[in-house]
Design a protein around this ligand. Structure first.
Ligand code: GDP
Ligand code: IMO
Ligand code: MG
Length: 439
C-alpha cells in the first residue's frame, strides 16, 4: 500500500477544476474501500484512462471502474437521474459492472429536473454580458437554490411513495411554469403528469441503489474501512471561498466533505491537493495569468484542454501560485499531485506567478473582490523549459533537471510537498515521489 499513511482522505482540486482529480482518485483507490462524491453534480467531468480506453464520469464517482470499491453519491450532491442512468447504461455496455453492490445513492441527494436546466440557460442568457457565469447549463445553480429555499426542492427519498410524489410535483411544476413564464416570458411550459411519469420510471431504476449513505459511511469508518472523498470542481469555484460569483453553487472544499457526506471531521485524516502544471478555467471569471496568445493555444492543444462536460475550449494560462496557495491554505493538503507536467514540454521559457501587484503595490492576499482580481498584475518567476517527451518517465530522477526545478518551485511556493507527478493521461503515467525525497 503506497498511500496507507493518508488514512481516510479527500482529494481537492486547487484551481478552477479539471486538474486531473479523476486520475488521482483512480490511482489512490488502489488502497481504499470506498469513494464518495459529496458535492456538485453532472457539471463535473472526471476522466480516467485505463488500457488506452477513456472513461468520462459526470455523476458517478471515479471508483466505478475498480471492482470491490463501494461508490457513494452522498447527500450533498445534486443528482440528475437521466444523466446518471445514461452513464450506468453506457458503462455496462462497455463491460463495467454497476450494481447495488458497488453503487449506493443517498436518499438525501437533491434531484435535478428539466426546469432547473431550463432556468440555468434562461438566467444565463438574461444576464448582462460580463455578468454571465458561463455555467455548464446542467441546472446546478437552480437546483441548489431550490435546496436552500426548501419549498420547491425534491430529494431522492421524495420519489417514494408514488402518490405523494405526483401530488407534490404537480404543485412544484405549476409554480415553476408561472415563475419561468413571468420572469423569462416565452418560457416552455412543463407538463407535470409527463414529468412525474418520467421521474417515477427513474425512481424504479434507482431504487436498488438508494439507501441512507450517512449510516453506511459512518459504519464503514467505524469498521476501519478506508474511505476517500472525491472533490468535484476546483476549490477556486467553491461557493464560499472561490472567485464569487464566478463559482459553482456547492462547497467543493473541506466544508462540503463533512456536510455533504454526514461524517464527523474526525473521520478524515488528510487531504490531497491536485494541481495542473499550468492553469485552466472554463466559463467566465477573472484569470490573472491567462494566456491569450500562441503559448496558451499550444498548451490547449497539447493538453487536450476542452471541457469534459461541455466540450468548450478551456482558457489556459501560467501556473498561478498565489491562487493555488490560497486554495491550499483553506484545504490543508498533506501533499500535492501535480499533473500534466508532460504538456509543458517544448515551451521555451516557463513562468510561474508568485505574487500579485495592484497599482504598483504588492498585494499580500488573494483578493475577495473579483473586480480587484481582474486588475491585478501577475509577477512572474521565469524558469527554463525542456524539450524532451517525459511521458515515459517513472522516477523523479528520469525527469530533466529543468522539469524537476519547475516541480520544486511549485512545491516550495505552496509550502506542500509534491508526491505525485502526472506525465500523461494513462493510469501508469505517473511518478510517485517516495517519502523523504523531493524534486
Ligand atoms: P478532473 O475534472 O479534475 O477529473 O479533470 P478532467 O478529467 O476534466 O481533465 C483532466 C484531463 O487531463 C483528462 O483528459 C485526463 O485524462 C488528462 N490527464 C490527467 N492527468 C494527466 C497528465 O498528467 N498528463 C496529461 N497529458 N493528461 C492528463
Ligand atoms: P470538474 O469536477 C471545471 C464551472 C463552469 C462555470 C462555473 C459554474 O470536472 O473539475 P455550474 O454549471 O457549476 O453552475 O458552472 O463552474 N465548472 C467547472 N469547471 N470543472 C468542473 O468540474 C466544473 N464544474 C463547474 O464552467 O464557470
Ligand atoms: Mg473535469
Amino acid at each position: 500500500m503506497r498511500f496507507r499513511d493518508l488514512g481516510n482522505t479527500c482529494v481537492f482540486g486547487l484551481q478552477w477544476g479539471d486538474e486531473g482529480k479523476g486520475k488521482v482518485v483512480d490511482l489512490l483507490l488502489e488502497d481504499y474501500d470506498a469513494v464518495v462524491r459529496y458535492s456538485g453534480g453532472a457539471n463535473a467531468g472526471h476522466t480516467i484512462v485505463v488500457d488506452g480506453e477513456k472513461f468520462a464520469l459526470h455523476q458517478l464517482p471515479s471508483g466505478i471502474l475498480r471492482p470491490n470499491i463501494t461508490c457513494v453519491i452522498a447527500g450533498g450532491s445534486v443528482l440528475d437521474p437521466a444523466v446518471l442512468l445514461g452513464e450506468i447504461a453506457a458503462l455496462r455496455e462497455r463491460g463495467v459492472a454497476v450494481g447495488a453492490r458497488n453503487l449506493r445513492i443517498s436518499q438525501r441527494a437533491h434531484l435535478v429536473f428539466p426546469y432547473h436546466r431550463r432556468e440555468d440557460a434562461l438566467s444565463e442568457s438574461a444576464a448582462r454580458i460580463g455578468e454571465r457565469i458561463g455555467t455548464t447549463a446542467r441546472g446546478i445553480g437552480p437546483c441548489y437554490a431550490d435546496k436552500y429555499a426548501r419549498h420547491w426542492a425534491v430529494r431522492v427519498c421524495d420519489l417514494f411513495p408514488e402518490a405523494r410524489f405526483r401530488e407534490r410535483l404537480a404543485a412544484i411544476v405549476a409554480h415553476k411554469n408561472t415563475y419561468l413564464a413571468t420572469v423569462y416570458g416565452r418560457a416552455e411550459l412543463f407538463d407535470a403528469e409527463r414529468l412525474a411519469s418520467e421521474y417515477l420510471a427513474f425512481a424504479e431504476a434507482l431504487r436498488p441503489f438508494v439507501c441512507d449513505t450517512t449510516y453506511l459511511l459512518n459504519e464503514m469508518v467505524r469498521d476501519g474501512k478506508r474511505v476517500l472523498f472525491e472533490g468535484a470542481q476546483g476549490c477556486l469555484l467553491d461557493v464560499d471561498h472561490g472567485t464569487y460569483p464566478f463559482v459553482t453553487s456547492s462547497s467543493a472544499g473541506v466544508g462540503g466533505v463533512v456536510s455533504g457526506s454526514g461524517v464527523p471531521i474526525s473521520a478524515v485524516q488528510s487531504a490531497v491537493g491536485v494541481v495542473k502544471a499550468y492553469a485552466t478555467r472554463v466559463g467566465a471569471g477573472p484569470f490573472p495569468t491567462e494566456l491569450n496568445d500562441e503559448v496558451g493555444a499550444a498548451i490547449r492543444e497539447r493538453g487536450g484542454e476542452y471541457g469534459t462536460t461541455t466540450g468548450r475550449p478551456r482558457r489556459c494560462g501560467w501556473f498561478d501560485a498565489v491562487a493555488a496557495s490560497y486554495a491550499a491554505m483553506f484545504t490543508g493538503p498533506t501533499f500535492l499531485a501535480l499533473l500534466h507536467l508532460d504538456t509543458l514540454a517544448g515551451v521555451d521559457k516557463l513562468r510561474v506567478c508568485t505574487a500579485y501587484r495592484l497599482g504598483g503595490a504588492h498585494l499580500a492576499q488573494f483578493p475577495c473582490d473579483v473586480q480587484v482580481l481582474e486588475q491585478v498584475e501577475p509577477v512572474y518567476e521565469t524558469l527554463p523549459g525542456w524539450s524532451e517527451d517525459i511521458g515515459g518517465c517513472r522516477r523523479l530522477a528520469d525527469l530533466p533537471e529543468s522539469a524537476r526545478r519547475y516541480v520544486r518551485l511549485i512545491g516550495e511556493r505552496l509550502g506542500v510537498p509534491v508526491r505525485m507527478i502526472g506525465v500523461g493521461p494513462a493510469r501508469d503515467q505517473v511518478i510517485i515521489v517516495e517519502d523523504g525525497h523531493s524534486a
